[in-house]
Design a protein. Sequence first.
Length: 94
Amino acid sequence: MMSEKSNFTVVSGNEERGKFSASEPRRAAMKAVNKYHKIGDSGVIAIRRLGTKKIREYKFEVTPYEAPEGAPDWLPKVSKKAMVQYVRTYTKAE
């Protein structure tokens, strides 16, 4: 049975950007990190479920990922892999 998907946005100060659909906040955070960050980046990303004031923070790191032997030619030799770890939840102040 599949969970219902929710929409999340990336929070940076008073600014919000992007819209990521996922069944879990962690998946949305990984999608956002993959979209906005490059290999070697690390830090903290904050996301908010649309319709709520609850913000979740995740530590992230983007590392290189080498293609396996025998991979098709269209697959890049090196791509990026995002890793996120939950830090905390807080409520957005108005």
